[in-house]
Ligand binder design. Structure first.
Ligand code: NI
Ligand code: MN
Length: 227
């Protein structure tokens, strides 16, 4: 079966390779736009980009219920272990690890990372996943940065970029990021969850189409694409 990518609202995504289920930045129970609750998602691996509540909120409960392995920076692994998470794979920026579904590399993100209880959350990151012959890059919460050009040199099938503005890059910088990354397809995330990050994703997609070679795909929460 083809690998699928499903948007669960905000910065939360699930990948189903047919063999493994990977959940990124689980923010479900308190998300106004999530189509599912944390007690109904399946996961073999949970990836966490940084310590903010809208990315880590349901990580511990999902990992404890499912036995999933959490892949995130060293500091967040320690924080989750204190909450009872048994299986973690700590890493840090620039590093990569091979897992049963493929390779996970943790990429730079220009953002901040503190846990919901104020504990230091290490460096924020993004993820470059290699799944079979496909490469997918999740920028996660970040500003635009020129090194995206280097990430794009891996040859990206899909890039997922924040467009919400205010806390991350907004639509204009996400168009510039698309130019640097040069992915085949690009999907927006981290917008329309709350009024301060409301954006017109279709207007952004029209700019991507006009100004880049990438195909923009705007999903509704719950929407899926095949990789
Ligand atoms: Ni954040
Ligand atoms: Mn966020």
């Amino acid at each position: 079966m083809a690998t699928t990518l499903r948007w669960l609202g905000h910065g939360t995504w699930s990948i189903d390779t047919g063999k493994q289920k990977i959940l990124l930045d689980p923010f479900l129970n308190d998300s106004p736009t999530a189509p599912v609750k944390a007690d109904s998602v399946e996961a073999d691996f949970v990836l966490v980009s940084h310590g903010h509540f809208d990315h880590v909120a349901d990580a511990a409960s999902v990992a404890i219920r499912t036995g999933a392995t959490v892949v995130t920076n060293f500091e967040i692994c320690e924080w989750l272990a204190k909450q009872g998470v048994k299986n973690t794979q700590p890493m840090n920026l620039g590093g990569g690890i091979d897992l049963p579904f493929g390779r996970v590399a943790m990429t730079l993100a220009h953002h901040s990372s503190v846990m919901p209880d104020g504990v230091y959350g290490g460096n924020p990151g993004g993820f470059l996943l290699t799944l079979g012959d496909k490469k997918i890059y999740f920028a996660c919460d970040t500003a635009l940065f020129l090194d995206m050009k280097v990430i794009g040199e891996a040859g990206l099938d899909v890039a997922v970029l924040p467009i919400g503005d205010r806390f991350t890059m907004g639509p204009a910088d996400a168009v510039e990021a698309t130019k640097l990354l040069a992915p085949k397809r690009v999907l927006p995330a981290h917008y329309n969850t709350w009024p301060p990050i409301e954006q017109d994703a279709n207007a952004w997609a029209a700019r991507v189409k006009a100004e880049t070679k990438a195909e923009p795909i705007v999903l509704e929460p719950g929407g899926t694409i095949e990789l």
